[in-house]
Design a protein around this ligand. Structure first.
Ligand code: LMR
Length: 391
């Protein structure tokens, strides 16, 4: 029976982790998977998380089961940071904890499918796992261009989608720090998207995986909050893996917003059933550490300060790249206007391979780089390598 299975290639993005680790070159540069690195090239545990973990070890009395919704105190503690004062009232919104942002995306689309969604419109390029999850769920992914050739969001393409799609269709939007392009909607564009969505029967699904790594916690939630205020129904997939540095601990959350509390209660009961069938309940440790940070004023301030320093460092690297102007055939100027950890470079698969083989520069085959993998000590070498390979 099992011999009917075809061999699958390893996930291309995650495979880069092993390839990079196995490379003995000391000056190798890792711009692959989306993990933040300090100016020293390290990915340390946040100080606030370390403190919270210590308290957790000291104080936790039991590791008994919680239930498919996970730690609801974690979800409640996160809500003001995600929704701000715009959090819909009257029981219209409810959430649950998920295993990372991936679990939240899976839950969002699983629930959308149960509710009758058959097509998901998605600006491309997108995070490769979006398409994989949709495919696995048997949902049709309908692509449209996310960005124009001048490096801004393609509003014309999005307007066309909103004009032509309707009942049974969902629209997937990245809340901030678009993965992989770094091209975000401006507040003015979000205002327009929110009012178009208000007049559309499409179900918006917002994936917010990098809050705080673009312009700030509130700024990066502008789109989500604006859409939430304008529409009756919304699904939100959230990740704490990057903005709390908890990657392997898998910390995420999922929210359902609907027109009336009764619908939300039913929707959450369906999400809980899906969670039970998929992973039963989310891992607790990382979510509990986030909750302890958010329940303590000093730890929250420490977390926000560390997040701000990460954001600033990403901004400095972006500015340095933009100032370099052209590297061979690649115009780096747009990177100064983009947000978050990622940027797409117009390089071929063969050039990506040469960058890896000849220069020890690791990046996704699509041409995506993780800007946060660059430091002031290796950025010039990266630009020189790009120049040599694409010039
Ligand atoms: C990325 O895009 O590199 C991250 O979101 C990690 C992942 O799971 O793909």
């Amino acid at each position: 029976m099992l011999d009917r299975l075809d061999q699958q290639s390893p996930d291309a993005l995650l495979a880069l982790i092993k390839l990079h680790n196995a490379d003995p070159r000391e000056d190798k540069i890792d711009l692959g998977v989306g993990v933040y690195k300090t100016a020293d090239g390290a990915t340390p545990v946040f100080r606030a998380i370390k403190d919270a973990e210590q308290r957790l070890v000291d104080r936790q009395q039991s590791k008994s089961y919680l239930g498919p919704e996970g730690d609801m105190a974690f979800v409640r503690a996160l809500e003001p940071h995600v929704f701000g004062t715009a959090l819909p009232s009257g029981g219209r919104i409810d959430g649950m904890q998920t295993p990372g942002g991936t679990g939240a995306v899976r839950l969002a689309f699983g629930l959308a499918k149960k509710a009758g969604i058959t097509r998901v419109f998605m600006g491309v390029p997108s995070w490769p796992n979006h398409a994989q999850i949709l495919d696995d769920l048997g949902l049709e992914a309908v692509p449209f261009d996310h960005a124009t050739s001048d490096g801004t969001a393609d509003m014309a393409a999005l307007r066309q989608v909103l004009a032509n799609a309707g009942e049974g269709d969902a629209l997937l939007l990245h809340g901030c720090c678009h993965n992989p392009t770094g091209v975000d909607y401006t507040p003015v564009q979000w205002d327009a998207i929110a009012s178009l969505l208000a007049d559309s029967a499409m179900l918006p699904v917002i994936d917010l995986a990098y809050q705080g790594l673009g312009d700030g916690m509130d700024e990066d939630a502008y789109g989500l909050r604006t859409v939430s205020a304008a529409v009756p129904e919304l699904l939100v997939a959230y990740s704490c893996d990057k903005n709390f540095g908890l990657y392997r601990d898998r910390v995420g959350a999922f929210w359902v917003q609907s027109a009336i509390a009764d619908t939300t209660v039913r929707a959450i009961s369906n999400a809980a059933a899906l969670a039970r069938a998929n992973w039963s309940m989310p891992p607790d440790h990382g979510g509990a550490a986030v909750r302890m940070v958010l329940e303590d004023e000093a730890l929250t301030a420490s977390w926000l300060a560390e997040l701000a320093s990460m954001r600033e460092r990403i901004g400095e690297v972006r500015a340095r790249l933009a100032a370099a102007g052209h590297a061979g055939g690649v115009d780096l100027a747009p990177l100064g206007r983009q947000k978050g950890m990622f940027a797409m470079l117009p390089v071929s698969a063969a050039q990506v391979q040469t960058l890896r083989d000849a220069h020890g520069v690791y990046m996704a085959g699509s041409g995506r780089i993780n800007v946060a993998g660059l430091t002031m000590t290796n950025v010039d070498r990266f630009v020189a390598a790009l120049d040599a390979v694409t010039g």
